[in-house]
Write a protein that binds this ligand. Structure first.
Ligand SMILES: Nc1ncnc2c1ncn2[C@@H]1O[C@H](COP(=O)(O)OP(=O)(O)OP(=O)(O)O)[C@@H](O)[C@H]1O
Ligand SMILES: [Mg+2]
Length: 262
């Protein structure tokens, strides 16, 4: 299948430092790929290279002709004193029709928000508005840089569930950055573990078992994985009940031998 974006031997240098090297990456239509890695490992830089916002030092990035792509950056600076409704925000930079705006908001789970002031939104509402804005040009590829930052675990799980439903309905491919392996596990087809280069990649469970991944994140994440499995087995992964304290206490995660091995 033709890839939407292909990077070959990609290397990026910023401020004299080598940030990425020898990165080979491709994403196929409809795929959900999650990039994990420590702070400063080049995750945001990789996304920015793929959209052409950062110049590569070596290698190539090839995008499918006419690729419709939406990108939500990790940080969006919005002046809190700026009066602007959600509806108006969605019209920037390109005005959308009322119907398109409402459809995008509904898809992102923010259907009730168009008249609200941006500055008044909670973190989770803002993430949904940013997703709605990204959906307006009907992307074939959606790049989301830490879309669940600041959300609690049920909020993150709900967000990933929404992303998966979006992919299933529209066939849109999604490349996102996340630190939350335990929730990412359920929604990703492939996980890439990045630390300046691709340390390991594959099915989420395979990556979680990889020595390279363990070296970066330690075996504690095995507990997180076990936690996810536990929740998943019992149908709690997408539960919105904030009262489940096992959602917030990784230390008491059930220990499954297969998740803790190695
Ligand atoms: N414009 C820049 N000039 C110089 N160095 C930069 C620039 N942007 C990023 N860097 C450096 O490149 C490295 C990778 O940064 P990047 O933002 O891609 O990391 P990240 O994996 O997204 O981290 P985080 O998890 O904190 O978001 C860091 O060491 C960062 O300081
Ligand atoms: Mg980043």
């Amino acid at each position: 299948m033709t890839a939407l974006i292909t990077a070959s031997s990609l290397g990026v240098r910023l401020g004299g430092r080598r940030v990425l090297h020898d990165v080979d990456f491709r994403i196929a239509p409809g795929e959900i790929v999650t990039v994990v890695g420590p702070n400063g490992s080049g995750k945001s830089t990789l996304l920015r290279s793929l959209i052409g916002a950062v110049r590569s030092e070596t290698g190539t990035v090839t995008r499918k002709d006419g690729l419709r792509l939406s990108y939500v950056p990790q940080r969006l600076q919005i002046d809190p004193s700026l009066p602007m409704t959600v509806g108006r925000f969605l019209d920037l930079p390109t005005p959308a029709t009322g119907a398109a705006r409402q459809a995008a908001l509904a898809e992102a789970g923010a259907g009730e928000l168009p008249a609200r002031q941006l500055a008044d939104l909670s973190g989770g509402q803002m993430q949904r508005v940013l997703l709605a804005r990204a959906l307006l040009n009907r992307p074939e590829l959606l790049l989301l840089d830490e879309p669940t930052q600041g959300l609690d675990q049920p909020g993150s799980a709900a967000f990933y569930q929404r992303i998966e439903a979006l992919r299933d309905r529209t066939g849109c491919a999604i490349l996102m950055v996340s630190h939350e392996l335990h929730v990412v596990m359920s929604a990703s087809d492939r996980v890439i573990c990045l630390n300046g280069h691709i340390c390991c990649e594959g099915h989420p469970e395979t990556v979680a078992q990889a020595a390279e991944y363990r070296a970066l994140f330690g075996s504690g994440t095995g507990g997180a994985l076990a936690l996810y499995r536990h929740e998943h087995d019992h149908g709690h992964a997408h539960d919105h009940d904030h009262g489940h304290d096992h959602n917030h206490d990784h230390g008491s995660a059930p220990r499954h031998d297969h998740a803790e091995a190695g």
